[in-house]
Design a binder for this molecule. Structure first.
Ligand code: BG6
Length: 460
């Protein structure tokens, strides 16, 4: 194994939340065990066998080994999600106690290992019956989500940190723009933006319920923020397209979650984008009242960051927001994602300036997908490319923090290799390599890097 000297980041702040993230459906496997119901991916993948969600990383049976690894390699937190259909298999109010027990066992294991669980209620995995009834577009499903959340708050009193929904934009876009996620609608901007607004409303209702039920703990939402930069800084057209892209991708959601309203300029730009694409959104007055009440009660804010985009005015799939330039001067992952650590800094500074009442920020996902093979030598997989990626992003995070941005933690995507929704098992993100045949875990060098940095938190 090559040398493990720390690079740009030499130490972590004291009490820093230093974790890794997972999502239930991507790691658990066991899709038909212990009374679990059917979610949108079970149904979709059974008809379109792009990959097998079973046994995934077999986390359902091996969580205790994985949590021990997290602890051993210096992590003090883990992001997990609950699979809604393990708790309510039929999308009604009948509880599946086996599913509930599984999560009690899992959370207990985290706490015994001093790895604090940060739990997401919805990570891209709506129950199949929810999809069949319009998913987030059906307002009755918002109330079902609130009931599911209330049950979780009452039942899992050992959990103090909750996230409502993961990446509203990625979900809505996958479902209604690119069509890569069930129900696979394409180019339907009205559905995408309506689903986003309805998820903001769902988040807000759950935040209010949380504060009625829980006396302690924090709750927040997770957005994937992907900053846009004008491709040609001197082009007015690129600059204008970038402003619209920002509203479309980031600001509309940030306003809804953090301000509980859409600012006039945000709404104006969004209405304009909708109108040139012959799309519409319906926002009820009552929705805004609920959002207003909930916004100040967010106890934390989760930001996922993978990449930035350079926007050229030339039209893309959606009119008005330009399209992504392919820049030769920006390095990319093997899947073509721009590697741009500075974007993390810029976005952190931007949100802390534009949203003065912003609660503490956690980077809830950041990482790089690599095509990795098992090591033939000492068993440790040399993933220097990942260490460089993480180090550079963490450096930008700490820079923003040193300039006053209240960012209190960082979760690496991901704890272990798992499947990627649209890329299957070939795109690995883990700190631990999973041999999907034997389900054996192997250490990657990045796990040792985590351990080494973690030790700097306790040094005097
Ligand atoms: C985030 C999701 O959008 O990106 C994760 O929250 C996902 O669930 C991750 O796996 C990486 O995306 P991909 O497509 O490379 O797996």
């Amino acid at each position: 194994m090559s040398d493990l000297t720390l690079k740009s980041v030499k130490s972590l702040p004291k009490n820093f939340i230093w974790g890794a993230a997972t999502a239930a459906y991507q790691v658990e496997g066991a899709t038909q065990e212990d009374g679990k119901g059917i979610n949108m991916w079970d149904e979709y993948l059974s008809k379109n066998p792009l990959y097998n969600p079973n046994p995934a990383s077999d986390f359902y049976h091996r969580y205790s080994e994985d949590i021990s690894l997290a602890s051993k390699y210096g992590l003090n937190a883990i992001r997990l999600s609950i699979s809604w259909v393990r708790i309510f298999p039929n999308f009604d109010n009948k509880v599946n106690r086996q599913g509930v027990q599984y999560y009690h066992n899992l959370f207990k294991c985290c706490l015994e290992n001093n790895v604090t669980p940060y739990v997401t209620l919805h990570h891209f995995d709506s129950p199949q019956k929810m999809i069949e009834t319009g998913d987030w577009l059906n307002r009755e499903n918002i109330d079902k989500f609130v009931e599911y959340a209330k049950f979780c708050f009452r039942e899992f009193s050992e959990v103090s940190h909750w996230f409502t929904i993961n990446e509203l934009m990625s979900l809505a876009s996958g479902q209604y723009i690119t069509g890569a996620f069930p129900p696979n609608h394409k180019n339907n901007l009205s559905e995408a933006i309506q689903a986003e607004h309805n998820m903001i409303l769902a988040h807000s209702k759950v935040v209010l319920a949380f504060h009625r039920i829980c006396k302690k703990g924090r709750i927040g939402c997770i957005l994937a923020l992907k900053p846009g930069f004008p491709n040609d800084k001197n082009s007015e057209a690129d600059k204008e397209a970038t402003k619209n892209y920002e509203v479309y991708n980031n600001v509309f959601l940030l306003d809804g979650i953090l301000l509980g309203k859409y600012r006039t300029n945000t709404l104006k730009r969004m209405q304009n984008i909708l109108s040139i694409n012959h799309a519409k959104i319906k926002i009820e007055t009552d929705d805004l009242e609920i959002m207003q009440k909930a916004a100040p009660l967010n106890g934390m804010f989760g930001m996922n960051y993978y990449r930035s985009e350079f926007i050229k005015s030339q039209e893309g799939q959606i009119k008005g927001i330009g399209s992504f330039a392919n820049r030769n001067d920006i390095s990319k992952t093997a899947w073509g994602w721009n590697i741009y650590p500075k974007g993390l800094y810029v976005m952190l500074k931007r949100i802390s300036k534009n949203y003065p009442r912003l609660p503490p920020i956690l980077i809830t996902e950041n990482g790089i997908g690599l095509d990795e093979k098992q090591s033939k030598n000492d068993g440790i997989i040399d993933d220097d490319e990942r260490i460089t990626f993480l180090d550079q992003h963490l450096y930008q995070l700490l820079k923003a923090r040193s300039e006053g941005v209240n960012v209190i933690g960082y979760f690496i995507w991901s704890l272990e290799d798992q499947f990627s929704w649209v890329n299957g098992y070939g795109k690995r993100y883990g700190l631990f390599f999973v041999d999907f045949e034997s389900q054996k875990r192997f250490i990657k060098k990045s796990a040792l890097w985590c351990q080494k940095l973690s030790a700097t938190m306790t040094e005097v």
